[in-house]
Design a protein around this ligand. Sequence first.
Ligand code: NCD
Ligand code: ZN
Length: 472
Amino acid sequence: MEQEKVDLVIRGGTVVSPSSSIKADVAISGQKISAVSSQGILPRAEHEIDAEGLYVLPGAIDSHVHFREPGYAYKEDWATGTAAAACGGTTSVFEMPNTNPPTGTLEALALKQECASRQAHVDYGIYGLLDENNIENLEALIENGVSGFKCFMGNTFGNLPAPSDGAILEGFEILSRHGYRCTVHAENPSIMARRQARMEAAGRTDTLAHLAARPEVCAVEAVGRAVAFAEWTGARLHIAHKSSKDALYILKDAKARGVDVTVETCPHYLLMSTDDTDRLGGQMRVNPPIREPGHAEALWEGLHDGTIDMIATDHAPHQPEEKDSKNIWECDCGFPGVETQMPIMLTQVNQGRLSLQQYVKWSAHAPAHAWGCYPNKGVIQAGSDADIAIVDMGSGSMIDREMLHSKSKMTVWHGFQTSASVEWTLVRGAVVVEKGVLVGKQGHGKPVQQNMPTPAPRNQDKSMEEIVKIRF
Ligand code: NCD
Ligand code: ZN
């Protein structure tokens, strides 16, 4: 076999996978990793990165970001959102459909694909919307390149109305035939709308009113409903931003029964609580809300016991004036997070709350599996895309919102002390961040290639498609 030309060698670092941390050199040829080898064996390449004392991780894969374009580019666009991702060691993102227009039609998808392909620094998947009125578009959206679907069962930024249960079930019937995963924002909309209206009428405008409108039972009910529809149809399910301990038992049971459900949580649910309310005020408003002390510990436990599969960020940028009202109902929900996730979570590694191997499992390995990207992504091995974050576990800094690449400086992490940093980021072999500085070019990012496992539809004889057939 002809020897492939090696373009770049990462030398002297410790390469981390979910099962091992080993000192090894990594050779890159074109867009791919061509060898992972014992140190000192690989010949010199034209380009070399000295990773002595550093850790070489698969780039993070973030299942949940909002890059706002088209429609709200003043909050974020694909260039700034993916620059933030790259600087945070994230090499692939899955972007949500609550833009304007929402990504529920072929026209809207084409608009977003154009924004992304022109500007992206990192690889990306684009979510299609599953809503009340676009069930007939789902297959065409798949054919035209969406990576999965998002169903807003509970209201949030963009105010997309929650589809009826009938529409969700019918949508799942269709997705199950294709093996595509549907992410759900699992909160019950009617409970939340009623409670918010009553509190507004009663004059409650304080920060905690938002939490009071969205009690844990909203998630318990919606997670249970989504699992029921997924189990019945065989559709693959992903639970976005798990924030409370209460619905975890449902997910644990569902997984034990073999339901293909994956679950994410986010750094703010793992590390914050209502104890931060006085400090952060309306900035902290996010859906689902950050809850009372006690939930975070259960979420950590969920990660450790496998009920929660991965860490995502729900990167949700807004402008300062959209977040600073004294009236909580006037503050937009969400805050940016894609650039700070890795340093924050690696700081937790340094504090002993997880191992570096677990971090790699939850930030890269598990999402790569969930979205059908493994082993192309999510692992450092010969043949995989060279999507790599090289990190220094011994040099932190105080997070400063002015230094972030997102258009939104409204981060709840401003002032948070980290003890680790992202030094280099590579996306398919190209250096996009060098010694902490963005050097990549817009337009380098490409749609992620997916190969979802074989579809496993169930109860198709009772599906909408089947029952509307004329029978004599
Ligand atoms: C997100 C946004 O701003 O788009 N906001 C949020 O509070 N999380 C939407 C969402 O994920 O719910
Ligand atoms: Zn979100």
